[in-house]
Design a protein around this ligand. Structure first.
Ligand code: HEM
Length: 479
């Protein structure tokens, strides 16, 4: 059986046109009219249905990451990490799990160019035997802000001006100047790697800190990293203008064409781990998403490989209706207290219920490939046919029981309620080290991109409060 197919499509198995309800259509060229010149009769149900379907073809685009490309393949374990996790799909070398992956840009619309300076999404859905695991990452290993409270404002500042619908640097610099923790992310975004050449030649990262738990309940913090086997390649400004000017879908095309030609993109998966008993020994907070974990003291450990060997059959079904949620994990993998991850746990399934409806997990690319069962039923667009009388729990008539217990983190949580910042902010050390590790020409290009952003004429007016009507504030006062 094809593991990617949930149900066979029934849409194309007649040799002639039909209406949606299956009635034969004998003329798909002309509307039903009074005489040859019209008017058109409202009773032309086929025409009305055709137009009504067309009128509703678009669904809301993703509020971020609207522009994306997906492909299918498999993940294969190459190294045994069963001492760290009881995750079934990581149980032994050689185990393969089907996956669907969606790469994306972040800020602009569904049809926007793929050559803009912007982080790239790298979202992997593993269809494991114990349910789906969504590793929803980006191409950079850190993020702009560390508290999800700031995410909507951050996205508003990065998105086009609500008045002109143009992305404007003065709004971006204005917002981030209040957030020194974002500097590290800018050492990636404004670096040469700020515009990946395509989706095949970029790294990926889970970015947030997750937790691995083994059978005995021992917990490790973990970060996930994808490294492309064909290396990392980027576009400098001039090349990006040239590539984007001739094909605004160049990265989608590169992915599609490579797979069609049998040149399958591949990434190696690595992890870094920290024993929570040692989390205080660093000069940064390991759960702070604006920090990397230094590889010299926390080495990359190989885990497996990801191979994309199948193109999607239908962009709408397997890209637009594809839905990822960092909350979707499997036994053996859990969240951490990383504040940004905690916010994401809520936000994604919330947006999917809005964008795709309450039964979005029944859609073929989102549904688990393993058997599943519960009493969450009905609602809009529910197409699960159930022939059951017991839709409550517990029941002496229903043989379904709780699953076997699996370990979850048991660490004691203490503290008083607070709305505050973390203790070890350490905002500048890692960005400074990264900048100093570059060659002078790379530093120069980085500075030029800042000069460009800061040269926005509205920056000067903001400094005096003129035009914008905003009062200049002390940029580094935080609470
Ligand atoms: C609190 C912070 C964040 C919030 C509230 C948030 C929210 C969202 C929302 C609402 C979507 C649209 C989902 C959809 O409609 O399908 C999205 C997409 C996405 N986000 Fe985030 N996000 C946050 C941080 C991050 C971070 C840190 C990463 C990287 C690790 C990330 C990676 C992605 C990716 C890859 C997608 C696209 C998934 C796809 O391909 O369908 N986001 N995010």
């Amino acid at each position: 059986m094809d593991p990617h197919k949930y149900r066979p499509s029934s849409a194309f198995n007649t040799s002639f046109w039909t209406t949606n309800s299956g009635a034969p259509v004998w003329n798909n060229n002309s509307s039903l009219t009074v005489g040859s010149r019209g008017p058109i009769l409202l009773e032309d149900y086929h025409l009305v249905e055709k137009l009504a379907n067309f009128d509703r073809e678009r669904i809301p685009e993703r509020v971020v990451h609207a522009r994306g490309a997906s492909a299918k393949g498999f993940f294969e374990v190459t190294h045994d990490i069963s001492q760290l996790t009881c995750a079934d799909f990581l149980r032994a070398p050689g185990v393969q799990t089907p996956v669907i992956v969606r790469f994306s840009t972040v800020i602009h619309e569904r049809g926007s160019p793929e050559t803009l300076r912007d982080p790239r999404g790298f979202a992997v859905k593993f269809y494991t035997r114990e349910g789906n695991f969504d590793l929803v990452g980006n191409n950079f290993p850190v993020f702009f802000v560390r508290d999800g409270m700031k995410f909507p404002d951050m996205v508003h500042a990065l998105k086009p001006n609500p008045k002109s619908h143009i992305q404007e640097n003065w709004r971006i610099v204005d917002f981030f100047s209040h957030h020194p923790e974002s500097l590290h992310m800018f050492t990636f975004l404004f670096d040469d790697i700020g515009i990946p050449q395509d989706y095949r030649h970029m790294e990926g990262s889970g970015v947030n800190t997750y937790t691995l738990i083994n059978k005995a309940g021992k917990v490790h913090y973990v970060k996930f990293h994808w490294k492309p086997t064909c290396g990392v390649k980027n576009l400098l400004e001039e090349e990006a203008i040239r590539v984007g000017g001739s094909n605004h879908s160049h990265a989608t095309q590169d992915l599609y064409d490579s797979i069609a030609a049998g040149n399958y993109p591949e990434w190696k998966l690595f992890i870094q781990i920290i024993d929570p008993d040692h989390e205080d020994k660093f000069d940064f907070d390991p759960l702070d998403v604006t920090k990397t974990w230094p590889e010299d003291i926390l080495p990359l450990m190989p885990v497996g490989r990801l191979v994309l060997n199948r193109n999607i059959d239908n962009f709408f079904a397997e890209n637009e209706q594809l839905a990822f949620c960092p909350s979707i994990v499997v036994p053996g993998v859990f969240y951490s207290d990383d504040k940004l991850l905690q916010t994401r746990i809520f936000s994604y399934s919330d947006t999917q219920r809005h964008r795709l409806g309450p039964n979005y997990l029944q859609l073929p690319p989102n549904a688990p490939k393993c058997a599943h069962h519960n009493n969450h039923h009905e609602g809009f667009m529910n197409f699960m046919h159930r022939d059951e009388e017991i839709n409550y729990f517990p029941s002496r008539y229903d043989p379904v029981r709780h699953a076997e217990r699996y370990p979850i983190p048991t660490a004691m949580l203490t503290g008083k309620r607070e709305k505050t910042i973390i203790e070890k902010e350490n905002n500048f050390k890692q960005p400074g080290e990264r900048y100093r590790s570059w060659t002078p020409d790379r530093q120069e290009r980085f500075i030029c991109r800042w000069v460009d952003a800061l040269s926005d004429p509205r920056m000067r007016s903001a400094a005096s409060g003129f035009h914008t009507g905003l009062r200049p504030t002390n940029l580094w006062v935080r609470n």
